[in-house]
Design a protein around this ligand. Structure first.
Ligand code: SF4
Ligand code: FES
Length: 232
């Protein structure tokens, strides 16, 4: 089948603003958008810039706005999109070139919630034990691949780039509800600030955008509730 692929192009070194470039290309319905981008880059225009690594929905590096929705280019099939496909960078982060955005603000928010186990007790001889039920409590949020689809689909993040965003709260959730972790109070200081979880307006865009089907909005609600009931 022939598809019309519209890609937002922008090279800040020469362009004053982004522009759309259209490519007519032959595609198999089972091709992924990532295959089409490779075709453009390898056969038509080698200057096209985009990120990808694993090509299998694991690394989270190829999040893009595809036909108006945030998705991973390696996980979307042409047959599910039709003959007209538009691809633009995820929104709310500065564009470095074409489909590549500056992820530093996103990772700054991630780092701010201390996304690692905090436990000052002396380590036991073997591992820190946990029951299957305790492990299940935070299972959903362990699936996050830090693709930024959720944060960059959030209207609050678009309007106020200082909002810490859904992905950082998901990462905080993963540790706050881990029975072995003792860092909740430290994380609540960040999440309770004016740029933290209370900015969430429960728009659900994040949950719809998540390629790992994490219940992002629910995780944010659980973190808010934990903050309310937390005794300092
Ligand atoms: S919660 Fe989902 S959408 Fe958000 S960064 Fe993690 S994997 Fe991506
Ligand atoms: S390239 Fe790794 S998730 Fe798509």
């Amino acid at each position: 089948m022939q598809v019309t692929l519209k890609i937002q192009r922008y090279n800040p070194e020469v362009d004053s603003q982004p522009r759309w470039e259209t490519y007519r290309i032959e595609a198999d319905p089972k091709d992924r958008v990532l295959d089409l981008l490779h075709k453009v880059k390898w056969e038509i225009d080698g200057t096209l810039a985009f990120r990808r690594s694993c090509a299998h929905g694991i690394c989270g590096s190829d999040a893009m706005l595809i036909n108006g929705k945030n998705r991973l280019a390696c996980k979307v099939l042409v047959r599910d999109l039709g003959e007209e496909i538009t691809v633009a960078p995820i929104r709310g982060l500065p564009v470095k070139k074409d489909l590549i955005v500056d992820m530093e603000p996103f990772f700054d928010a991630y780092k701010a919630v201390k996304p690692y186990l905090i436990n000052d007790d002396p380590p036991p001889e073997r591992e820190r034990l946990q029951s299957p039920e305790e492990r299940a409590r935070f299972d959903d949020t362990t699936k996050c691949i830090l693709c930024a689809c959720c944060t960059t689909s959030c209207p609050v993040f678009w309007v106020n780039g200082t909002y810490i965003g859904p992905a950082a709260i998901v990462q905080a959730h993963r540790f706050i509800f881990d029975s072995r972790d003792q860092g909740a109070a430290e994380r609540f200081k960040v999440l309770g600030a004016s740029t933290g979880a209370w900015r969430c307006r429960t728009a659900y865009n994040c949950t719809e955008a998540c390629p790992k089907e994490i219940r992002v909005t629910q995780a944010i609600q659980e973190v808010k509730r934990a903050m309310v009931y937390h005794q300092f």
